[in-house]
Design a protein around this ligand. Sequence first.
Ligand code: ATP
Length: 664
Amino acid sequence: MDLGIIRTSSGIDNEEKNREEAMKRKVTETIVTTYCELCEQNFSSSKMLLLHRNKVHNTAYIECHLCLKLFTRTIQFNRHMKTHYGPNAMSHVKCELCERQFKDKESLKTHWEVSHVEDEEMDTEDVEPKPEAKIGENGLNKDRELFKVLGKQEMKNLEALKVTSSWVQHATTFSATIDSSTSQSLSKIDIPDFLTVPDTISTWFPVQYSVLPALFKDIQAPPPLRPRDVAIAAPTGSGKTICYVLPVLAAVGSRPSNSLHAVILVPVQTLVTQIVEEFRRWNGPEGTAKVVSLSGANDFDKEQRQLSADPPNVIVATPARLVQHLTAQIPPPIDLSKLRFLIVDEADRMGKLMREEWLDLVEFLCGGMERVACLNDVIRQRRAPQKIVLSATLSKDVEELHLWNLFKPKLFSATATKAKDITSTVPMDHISGRLALPSSISHRLIVSDSKFHPLAVYQQIQRNKFNRTLIFVNEVSSSNRLAHVLKELSQGEFEVDYFTAQLFGKRRYKMLEKFNKNPNRVLICSDVLARGTDLNRVDCVINYNLPADDKLFVHRAGRTGRAGQEGYVISVGDKETKRLFVKMLKVTNLWGDTVEEQMDEYLFEKDLERYTKAIESLKTIVSTNTKTKNGSAAKRSGFEAKRKSRPNARGEKPWLKKKTTTTE
Ligand SMILES: Nc1ncnc2c1ncn2[C@@H]1O[C@H](COP(=O)(O)OP(=O)(O)OP(=O)(O)O)[C@@H](O)[C@H]1O
């Protein structure tokens, strides 16, 4: 026996021990990043999860044959191929057995040898004909319920399964339509007597009547462990804001302590001011709860001083500004350890990177809200804040919902609106099972030559005598030009303003206040106002440029027809844009009730003269602007030359120094 390899039993044991310790270390080190909603198993990477889902739950995935990345949805795979491998990336050779794509015949040949050759050998056996797929009692293909026997490779086309979380399927539903039959009287819900009901509120809307009792119950009789998180999916303008304003004020109470009770996060500044206003409406003039807004509209240092001098009970903020305050100084001036509510309005607008950008930090400062894996976690996190996420287009996608790390979530979802029922064949990608416009909104598409679009918009406003009109454009430049042409055409019939993200601070609110207070207004804006903004009685929303997707169409349209009032949406386009528009809206049947109106050239004749004058004056303005821009550039260079000609701080004129020639 070679002495070199004599190993005492202890030697073997040590090795075993080291190996076990290494395994334990590896297991503990693997950070659980994701888990399977269906069998609650944890996985160290989304790729492992996808493979598990494909193997155990038969959900399909598509693998990019070039970078081997996995996708659960074809649309993601196509987008990946187009962005990474060019527009014709998809036109590759396809393996007819497993339908995988390969960039050329060579790679297909190697793939075939690797993964199908043994099949051919196996095929030489006389394989009995495949039995008819037996359908189980739950309507699933019984074959698919059987696990594959190890060592038996069967490449078969897997059907994509729509994986929906159980809590999404068992939602508490309410009517999406707001009228006298679905609203409830105020006496049906007991609200704390220190809250003042605004005069405009006379009944509870369906979403409020469905959500408020559940949240008030968790406040009046707190459960032994943390209360269940809540998700709310209701159409635009259905009164979702009050669903969290009242519970937060009730939790703060009539004699508030100095601790922070609630943080409300919204995607844009305009919403911060609007929600603080809603708190003030219910909080009454004395205002027991101290509500503070943190956003780019205020000065950062002033906000910091206010937070340290007078700690608030409620913070309404944009995520970026909140993180700025939480990381500006250690310890942060905001104490999240006693938070009762963490609320995110327009949740689907926060984007996929929100967990990296702010959610992890906020959860860490709330005392840790890691994914609950056992009872010990539940007990340790019993003081964690209750999360409430809301949106009119909350996504149903399991991965997106998974990002919120909701604790035993309860979903409150609107049922289909009367006018927009959708057949079951339409892919339901949104929580409420459908993208829906409030039934009080009607949509009209004006098809005309693109050079007459401003004139078509003017004629629609003039013909329908809209009192307040919101016009959405996609570029800032078109808002200025459209505003100029409409001013020239209207000649004082109505006021035209334009609102873009370039407007800062108080000017935004002054513009909105002017629009809210005065009649006969037209406000041209970008999508910064598309979500959540609650403007006073907007009669009509005009899509001068098409929205980027169906969700944005719903949010833009939701600026009108709020609280059950009547609203009109007009989209302006030419034949090409109509084709794109129909394609975008047909999938979720938002195109269902659209009325199409063809505006031919003869309809514009009566205003053609004024229109050409308006275009001429616009051209002169644009050309003068470009001249001034060049001029200022020239001036700037002239200014540069003058600046250089002046003596420097030491009174020297370095440019006069003669170049000293070195003589050897
Ligand atoms: N019970 C009620 N009775 C009368 N008006 C109400 C009631 N609840 C809300 N409103 C009014 O309805 C309008 C829309 O409310 P809110 O902004 O909360 O809707 P929302 O669902 O948040 O809309 P969005 O999805 O666009 O954010 C507001 O002007 C609000 O004052």
